[in-house]
Ligand binder design. Structure first.
Ligand code: AVJ
Length: 331
């Protein structure tokens, strides 16, 4: 095969179609909700990269620390692998930590980055090519809920979903995703997950409502995406960013709150949507886990929990469970 290849399993046209469906369901309902995948246009992917550098946003930092210190052990715990398939790969900035460890144990390793953003994917592939002149890279533009049996296959897979991205799914979505992955993987192939852990609520909320307002811009940017893809006329300045901890569901919610009553035109839906003052759209849930929950969910899907590597920020807080974990499940 050629050394670099990018397939597009999700065109902007298809993304627009899913958004029309998601917006009809989610914006014309009484409790307004949209899926977080619509954050990630070029601007949104760039804003997310800025979030990962914020002092309040510990997940990226801790995941990088875990992979830096323990990638060899993590990779050695996977029974076998040839390719790293990374769902939601974004900028692939932590990928070399895993790839290097894999390449120390195995020859002919290849990399399959998968992301909804062609812009992010193409950038990541370009960056990796400079570091790895001979690494086979087969990128795919798609979202991680599309059927996995059509993913390119290059030998035994280590399938990674890092960054706590699994937390964006609700429990049913998660069960479906884990079952689909389990069904797609052969015995001995594995799933590597990054999961954010339950902790002090103030730290959780601040991670989603940072002092510089970057997360606010990231949340509001979804309205720009709706304007472009749906031919809508949202005015971002008329919405506030809200981040809150939902104790019952153990997740952070981000919402966009109308500062005043208004009507917004949704061109492609041929309709308008009315907002009352203070009315909100939920744009993201970000689930925070504990080990017991994750073990049960792995078990239900048919994964053996083969490894759990956790890290805490050195705040002097006694926190035996850790702030963030990387988890390996084997089929
Ligand atoms: C890394 C995509 C899972 O839920 O923490 C960051 C995205 N949202 N700040 C997360 C995000 C708000 C994020 N994911």
């Amino acid at each position: 095969m050629t050394l670099t290849r990018i397939d597009i399993d999700l065109t902007e046209q298809q993304l627009r179609k899913t958004l029309v469906a998601d917006a009809s369901r989610g914006l014309l309902a009484s409790a307004k909700v949209l899926p977080p995948k619509y954050f990630y246009d070029q601007q949104g992917s760039e804003l997310f990269e800025r979030i990962t550098l914020l002092p309040e946003y510990y997940p990226t930092r801790l995941e990088r620390r875990i992979l830096s210190q323990r990638a060899d052990q993590i990779v050695a715990t996977a029974p076998r692998f040839t390719s790293l398939v990374e769902l939601g790969s974004g900028s692939s900035s932590k990928t070399p930590l895993l790839l290097d460890a894999m390449r120390r144990l195995s020859t002919n390793v290849s990399y399959v980055p998968v992301d909804v953003s062609l812009h992010a994917l193409a950038g990541a592939v370009g960056d990796l090519r400079e570091v790895y002149p001979l690494l086979p890279i087969h990128g795919v533009v798609r979202d991680f809920e599309q059927p996995l049996d059509t993913l390119p296959q290059h030998g035994d897979r280590l399938l990674a979903l890092l960054g706590s991205t699994i937390g964006n799914l609700d429990p049913e979505g998660r069960a479906m995703f884990l079952n689909n992955v389990a069904a797609a993987l052969a015995p001995g192939e594995s799933l590597l997950l990054g999961v954010d852990l339950v902790k002090d609520r103030r730290r959780l909320v601040e991670a989603y409502d940072d002092a510089t307002g970057t997360t606010r811009l990231f949340n509001l940017n979804m309205l720009n995406v709706l304007n472009r893809l749906l031919e809508a006329d949202f005015e971002p300045a008329r919405f506030d960013h809200v981040a809150l901890w939902n104790e019952e569901h153990s997740w952070i919610e981000m919402r966009l709150q109308a500062r005043e009553a208004m009507k917004v035109r949704l061109g492609l839906l041929g309709t308008t949507v009315a907002f009352e003052e203070g009315e909100q759209i939920r744009t993201e849930i970000s689930t925070k886990f504990d080990r017991t929950t994750l073990e049960r969910e792995f078990d239900n899907a048919g994964f053996a929990l083969a490894g759990w590597w956790a890290e805490s920020e050195g705040t002097g807080q006694s926190d035996a469970g850790g702030d963030y974990a990387v988890v390996l499940g084997v089929r």
